[in-house]
Design a protein around this ligand. Structure first.
Ligand code: UDP
Length: 316
């Protein structure tokens, strides 16, 4: 029996939040999801809606939060997270990272609940050390277009640590590196959905810059395993969860074209401002403290994701 009997997931109708909510149900938790559906979708949680231990509230967590009864944990996953959203929803991103985190921490304090913050590798900005250990403070442009997300999450980490130090709230912080899998929105503008959609439709595949910039891509079930382990751990400071398998965007585009069996051509576009040149986690803490290892390889994950996108596009 889990000690996290009743949990709140903010952003539980999003890509990662919905996979996490499902896992929490499997672990025996009662799961309450709050989501304003700005980038989340009811489709992501349709299979959870009938579950006797699942409930959903259409709610914007930048407002006062109220939950009747006890809560054992709050997992704060609400936030738009795609670079396209950084231009489209900058104020909402800043608000959910600041006001939303404050409200969720206030609720955790009131309920004596453990608090897990979904933070991000974006805290490292365009890093000048690689791989990035949790001790690296980052290289972020606060006034750039990406700054709205990076600084919101950095603020959220600072607020989380303040509640930990000042109020004794039990906190966990995960820095999530590029994660992919089924239920990503096909049009969210990120590299993996774009490349799959373009390859499946036989359109040109758009690589930004010369494609030499790298990311380390992690399949979503690996992340969820790490989240569950982190929640149950006693590690209050940030932990990187991500794959160490670094790949350039050009290689990734070619790999996806191959996996789809597409005849798409690669075309080059302008590199967005402040686009990180490298990104790769140092996962020593996840491995040693959580005993975490990614189980699904990037290739196997990409195959599963291809099947999801093929099906999603056939219905679109
Ligand atoms: N990218 C690309 N083509 C696309 C979308 C993205 O080459 O159609 C690049 C983007 O410039 C970045 C990388 O792929 O260098 C990963 O972008 P993504 O939006 O997936 O996430 P990020 O890691 O930048 O937050």
């Amino acid at each position: 029996m889990t000690k996290f009997g009743r949990v709140l997931v903010t952003g539980g109708a999003g890509f990662i939040g919905s996979h996490l909510s499902r896992r929490l149900l499997e672990e025996g938790c009662e799961v309450i999801v709050f989501d304003n559906l700005l980038t989340g979708s009811m489709n992501n949680i349709s299979e959870l809606l009938g579950h006797p231990r699942f409930s959903f509230e259409h709610y914007d967590v930048t407002n006062y939060l109220h939950v009747d009864g006890a809560l054992d944990a709050i997992l704060h996953f609400a936030s738009p997270a795609s670079p396209k959203d950084f231009e489209r929803l900058p104020i909402q991103i800043l608000k959910v990272g600041s006001l939303g985190t404050h409200k969720a921490l206030g609720l955790a304090k009131a309920k004596g609940a453990r608090f897990l913050l979904a933070s991000t590798s974006e805290c490292y900005g365009d890093p000048d050390v690689s791989p990035q250990p949790e001790t690296y403070w980052g290289n972020v442009n606060p006034v750039g277009i990406r700054g709205v997300y990076d600084e919101a999450k950095r603020f959220a980490e600072a607020m989380t640590m303040a509640y930990h130090r000042h109020h004794g709230v039990e906190t966990r912080i995960v820095r999530i590196f590029n994660t992919f899998g089924p239920r990503m929105q096909i049009d969210d503008g990120r590299a993996i959905p774009n490349f799959f959609a373009q390859a499946i439709r036989g359109e040109d595949v758009t690589v930004y810059g010369d494609g030499s910039q790298t990311r380390s891509i992690n399949y979503v079930s690996n992340l969820v395993e790490g989240l569950w382990r982190l929640l149950g751990s006693d590690h209050p400071t940030p932990v990187n969860i991500g794959s160490e398998a670094e790949i350039s965007m050009l290689e990734l585009a070619k790999k996806i074209i191959d996996l789809v069996g597409s005849s798409s051509k690669i075309v080059y576009g302008e590199l967005p401002p402040d686009d990180p040149k490298v990104r790769r986690p140092d996962t020593t803490i996840a491995r040693t403290v959580l005993g975490w290892e990614p189980e699904i390889s990037p290739t196997e994950g990409l195959e599963r994701t291809r099947d999801y996108f093929v099906e999603a596009l056939s219905k679109a």
